[in-house]
Design a protein around this ligand. Structure first.
Ligand code: IMP
Ligand code: MG
Length: 184
């Protein structure tokens, strides 16, 4: 059986050029806001990886990167429950660093709430969040997101790092998954 992304695609939501223009703007803004600061980008694996690599090429000030992988337990594979576990921790301490979390999407907010609470206990000089996509309508917990690429409607999306059943992260655009192929 072969799966192609076309089978899952209802519509393209954000094309390659629109993504690249917005990421350039975010990079410029972050470069201004963090000039003379000790910027450390923390990418949340795996979804944030394509956004991270594009964003860092648009950041014109010196910075470092690190990676954090979390998994959330849940009954539905496409809904997070707030029960989050770190499966790959950072390589280095973040005490005194200006930390910017780089995430693909904020949905209910449970994942980022767990991550920010956890990282805050490690004593960073500052801790902010940059997300490519924000589904604000679905927020269940109050978290402050400092940089948002795009506000999107309550639809399950894939591509540009985001997966549908672990696949199609490689697509250069953000697409909406056809509702009839959503499992939960
Ligand atoms: P939250 O804890 O509900 O905010 O969920 C955040 C995580 O759920 C993200 O980091 C994604 O991994 C995943 N997620 C939420 N919405 C989508 C989506 O539309 N497509 C793909 N993954 C999603
Ligand atoms: Mg994610």
């Amino acid at each position: 059986m072969t799966f192609t992304w076309e089978k899952y695609l209802q519509e393209k939501l954000i094309d390659e050029e629109t993504l690249s223009i917005r990421i350039k703007e975010l990079g410029r803004q972050i470069s201004q806001d963090y000039r003379h600061r000790d910027l450390l980008l923390i990418c949340i694996l795996k979804g944030g990886v394509m956004f991270l690599t594009d964003l860092m090429r648009q950041i014109t000030i010196p910075h470092e990167i690190d990676f954090l992988a979390v998994s959330s337990y849940g009954k539905g594979v496409r809904r997070s429950t707030g029960v989050v576990r770190i499966v790959k921790d950072l390589d280095q301490p973040i005490a005194g660093r200006d930390v910017l979390i780089v995430e693909d999407i904020v949905d209910s907010g449970h994942t980022l709430q767990y991550i920010t609470r956890n990282l805050a206990t490690r004593g960073p000089a500052s801790l902010k969040i940059c997300t490519l996509l924000d589904k604000a309508d679905r927020r269940e917990v109050d978290i402050e997101v400092d940089y948002v690429g795009f506000n999107i409607p309550d639809k399950f999306v894939f591509g540009f790092g985001l997966d549908v059943d672990q696949k199609f992260r490689e697509l250069p655009f953000i697409g909406v998954v056809k509702p009839d192929v959503v499992i939960d």
